[in-house]
Write a protein that binds this ligand. Structure first.
Ligand code: 5GP
Length: 195
């Protein structure tokens, strides 16, 4: 997605060879006009999938997920991150290791909101090693729902997430794919299709 590539190039800050900071449009301040286009693109990519729910994780997944759900006209659910939980009957729980925080969280969704007849589109802001996306997929599957695919705003293709998701049998669609952050510079995958 050309618009998003341009934004990453003009405003992204390469913190290290592993981490990109995009706090001016996605992770702190948010760009609603860009998020609207992101939502439209996810809706276009997954329009044939009969999506009934969009599922993301707090907090940075919420903006792209709500825009996708608005376009698809389905509810959006954000999973909550909690430190550690006592066993509860009314929620689905999965452990997810956070790439940026370097700690595990219990990620939860109320059983009130996901059902076996749901067809779920998972959305997240970044894809690194796939922990968050795969944790959300496990939650959908605990509910007996089916996962239609995983939509990612910014994929770091030099990390293992995309391969792990594909190996697990899920479709992954990333709006921009970064080949490298070496030398303090963002380099996109060369086969990037620009919409
Ligand atoms: P994963 O679960 O795929 O290992 O990592 C994805 C999660 O970690 C995302 O939800 C995102 O919040 C965070 N993350 C991973 N890499 C980056 C990065 O380079 N920049 C930012 N801002 N967040 C990242």
């Amino acid at each position: 997605m050309k618009l998003l590539q341009d934004k990453v190039l003009s405003e992204g800050i390469v913190l290290s060879e592993q981490v990109l900071k995009v706090d001016s449009f996605l992770n702190h301040q948010m760009d609603p006009v860009l998020m609207k286009e992101v939502g439209k693109e996810f809706a276009r990519l997954f329009q044939a999938e009969g999506i009934t729910k969009v599922l993301t994780i707090e907090s940075s997944g919420i903006a792209p997920a709500i825009m996708a759900s608005l376009e698809l006209e389905v509810p959006m659910i954000f999973a909550r991150k909690q430190k550690s939980l006592t066993l509860r009957e009314d929620i689905y729980v999965e452990k997810v290791y956070s790439f940026t925080k370097e700690q595990s969280n219990d990620v939860t969704v109320s059983k009130k909101f996901l059902f076996p007849n749901d067809r779920v589109l998972i959305i997240d802001d970044f894809l690194a090693h796939g922990e968050a996306a795969l944790g959300l997929a496990r939650i959908a599957e605990q509910a007996g729902a089916s996962v239609a695919g995983i939509g990612i705003v910014i994929e770091k293709s030099f990390q293992s997430g995309a391969k792990r998701i594909q190996d697990a049998g899920y479709r992954v669609e990333s709006l921009v794919r970064i080949a490298s952050l070496a030398g303090g510079k963002v380099t996109f995958m060369t086969e990037e299709t620009v919409h």
